[in-house]
Design a protein around this ligand. Structure first.
Ligand code: ZN
Ligand code: MN
Ligand code: MN
Length: 283
């Protein structure tokens, strides 16, 4: 949900779209710098949190952060930005911060994973006092470019080597997992994928979901989100998650385009449509 004008503004936008839970950025997602949160910012947020029946809130970290970077300066810059993200979530009392594990760029998978482990270990120590209740959720990735985290084994390695810690978890993105080659479309393939995740990572590590359909087919490693039911995953894939009692209390967030043009050129608010589609799939 857009946090333009202050993070607290996301609550009213979320309510307008009919959300039970929202995903926000606490700073610009395409800039390194962030103005520190003031006491007023924090108070406005806490007020909105009591005024609106929307919880929990999750934060998405900046897209610029690359904790797998082989470039020392960029790694340090990414690390500092990640730490600031955790601290801001802590200041606002937000329980989940989702971050993309990172891209190894010109190094290799093993080196990239080692870099991420180093960043996670350090951030867990350095925010143990300032943000003890923030869980860092590593997002499952599509495997586009040199992205890490598209194999369940990557996530297992990161969680084990940087932890074990109660402050580490996973955000399960349906589009990304599907793009990475794990099928979730039928009850059978869904069950097999979740069993595999359980065996390798552990289902208890999943803290939040991103519900996005996929513009590309299974295993294409393309990170392109489609509206629910309009992509290659399809409605039945989402019904598998929505009717699985294990996820009854887990927040799920849409990262699909906000609007779509109608045939007559008018704009449709797609969060409302996608939420209605998802809710209609609950048996
Ligand atoms: Zn993401
Ligand atoms: Mn996502
Ligand atoms: Mn994506």
């Amino acid at each position: 949900m857009s946090a333009a004008g202050g993070v607290y503004r996301a609550f009213e936008r979320g309510q307008k779209s009919g959300c039970d839970s929202i995903l926000v950025f606490t700073k610009s997602n395409r800039q390194w710098k962030a103005k520190p949160l003031t006491d007023e910012d924090i108070a406005a947020y806490k007020q909105a949190e009591t005024d609106f029946d929307i919880h929990p809130v999750a934060v998405h970290a900046s897209y610029l952060i690359n904790a797998a970077s082989p470039n020392e300066a960029l790694w340090e810059k990414s690390y500092q930005a990640l730490k600031v993200e955790v601290e801001r979530a802590g200041q606002l009392g937000i329980p989940f911060l989702t971050v993309h594990p990172g891209s190894y760029v010109k190094s290799d998978e093993a080196s990239g994973l080692a870099k991420i482990v180093a960043a996670l270990k350090r951030v867990l120590v350095e925010t143990a006092v300032s943000a003890p209740n923030v869980t860092l959720c590593l997002e499952t990735m599509a495997g586009q470019g040199t992205n890490l985290g598209y194999k369940f084994e990557h996530l297992a390695q990161l969680l084990t080597e940087a932890g074990p810690s109660d402050r580490l978890g996973v955000t399960f993105d349906t589009c990304h997992v599907f793009a990475a080659g794990y099928d979730i479309r039928s009850p059978e393939t869904y069950a097999a994928t979740m069993d595999e995740f359980d065996r390798i990572v552990g289902l208890d590590k999943i803290k939040t979901f991103h519900f996005n359909d996929s513009k590309f087919d299974l295993g294409q490693k393309k990170d392109r989100h489609a509206h629910i039911g309009e992509g290659f995953i399809g409605r039945e894939g989402f019904a598998n998650f929505l009717n699985d009692p294990r996820w009854a209390d887990h927040p799920a967030h849409l990262e699909t385009p906000k609007t779509k043009e109608d045939e007559d050129g008018s704009e449709i608010e797609m969060d409302v449509v996608n939420l209605a589609t998802l809710r209609s799939l609950i048996k």
